[in-house]
Design a protein around this ligand. Structure first.
Ligand code: NAD
Ligand code: UFG
Length: 362
């Protein structure tokens, strides 16, 4: 008799965090249906993920199926669920990365953010319910905590108060997911993962953080300075209430995040677990200032990062560091990779993506 196959639908799987998670899920035996509109990624990433996975050539094609499409496309989603639901297989869970993620862009184009993030998620949840697929892992963000100038570790039950449209879309989706859990007659199992500052890349350097358009985040900008595409890094403020005056964040290696997704998925799929609803911070619990990150990057990669101080950036906070005790105790997650590895892997991947010969060969 053929074995029942566990299909996982991964939306946004060609993106930064999604692509790294694909590797971990493939290595753990899941069959993946990857849906991505490629609005902020490219299909090359999927090919590279398949090459990196430890599957044999023939198996690869059947274990990861890529579909170019939008989560707002109801007909497409119905078609996907119909195709992969029969007596031998079903889509047992959805890991939902797809969405727009730039804080700055969300202030310029709020409707696009509400549509893609909130309407897209509602659409997806409706179709999941129709096909009785009630296991959901959601990419949320530390940005929902809003202003925190007390320099204390952030706990999951701290005040939620996002101050930009992007963060507000994540907050609203979390509220919707809360509503689903409160429904008496349905049996949803949901993991909300609130990422702090994802960075680093797969150690091969074949995939990494490759957003289209100019980046706003610190590590991608440091890479550009290191590559001499930008003359110097602008550090937004040296008068914050932190030891060296620059902003403190909780940088987390993307492969540790990927492992967090695997554990969260396995948690919600295991119906013996006490809870069917987990909300977890994913960070390291350690704060790093902008100056510390610049210094580590320079030393580890032996490259100079010129910088200058400028005014504080609107909407920034002094300190954003996770209390990760819930993720440790509930899903047994322990991030392993340190700041040096984040800086090394990030730079290695950036250089590889930039290498023209490499681009032609792959
Ligand atoms: P990313 O942009 O690299 O990946 C998102 C992927 O989703 C992209 O491949 C994009 O093409 C796709 N996509 C976007 N809208 C879509 C739609 N409507 N339908 C189908 N595909 C769509 O971003 P990422 O850094 O990998 O982030 C993944 C998720 O994690 C996002 O939801 C983001 O908001 C969240 N998040 C990211 C960070 C971060 O700093 N990277 C922090 C917290 C939360
Ligand atoms: N910074 C600079 N110069 C730059 C870019 C950033 O000094 O050119 C500083 C910022 O002021 C901040 C730190 O570097 O102190 C980190 O900034 P990022 O933009 O890399 O990250 P943020 O913490 O501001 O925000 C990021 C994502 C959000 C997400 C949040 C929490 O952009 O989408 O992490 O996960 F919600």
């Amino acid at each position: 008799m053929e074995k029942f196959i566990k299909n996982i639908l991964v939306t946004g799987g060609a993106g930064f965090i999604g692509s790294h998670t694909l590797i971990t899920l493939l290595e753990n035996g899941y069959r993946l249906i990857i849906l991505d509109s490629l609005v902020n990624s490219s299909e090359t990433v999927i090919k590279r993920v398949l090459n990196l996975s430890n599957l044999h050539d023939k198996k690869r094609e059947s274990m990861a199926i890529f579909i170019k499409g939008d989560v707002r496309d109801q007909k497409l989603l119905i078609n996907i669920f119909e195709t992969y639901t029969n007596s031998l297989q079903s889509i047992v869970a959805v890991v939902h990365f797809a969405g727009l993620k730039s804080v700055f862009e969300s202030t310029k184009f709020p409707l696009q953010y509400w549509d893609s993030n909130v309407s897209g998620t509602i659409n997806l949840l409706k179709i999941m319910e129709r096909f009785n697929c009630l296991n959901f892992v959601f990419s949320s963000s530390a940005t929902i905590y809003g202003t925190n100038n007390k320099n204390l570790l952030i706990k999951e039950n701290d005040v939620i108060n996002p101050i930009n449209p992007y963060g507000q879309t994540k907050d609203v989706i979390e509220r919707i997911l809360n509503n689903l859990i409160s429904e008496k007659n349905k049996k949803w199992s949901i993991a909300i993962l609130r990422y702090f500052n994802p960075t680093g890349a797969h150690k091969s350097g074949l995939i990494g953080e490759n957003s289209k358009g100019f980046p706003n985040n610190l590590m991608p900008i440091i890479n550009k300075v290191a590559f001499r595409e930008i003359k110097e890094l602008e550090i937004f403020g040296n008068d914050w209430n932190t030891p060296d005056g620059t902003g403190v964040r909780d940088y987390i290696h993307v492969m540790d995040l990927a492992e967090g997704h695997l554990l969260a998925l396995e948690y919600i799929l295991d119906k013996n677990n006490k809870s069917n609803f987990i909300k977890l911070n994913l960070g390291t619990g350690t704060g790093t200032s902008v100056l510390e990150l610049v210094d580590t990057f320079s030393r580890v990669n032996d490259v100079e990062i010129p910088y200058k101080f400028s005014a504080r950036r609107d909407g920034d906070v002094s300190y954003s560091v996770a209390d990760i005790s819930q993720a440790k105790s509930k899903i047994n997650w322990n991030p392993k990779r340190n700041l040096k590895e984040m800086c090394r892997d990030s730079w290695n991947s950036y250089k590889k993506q930039k290498d023209y010969k490499f681009r032609k060969l792959h």
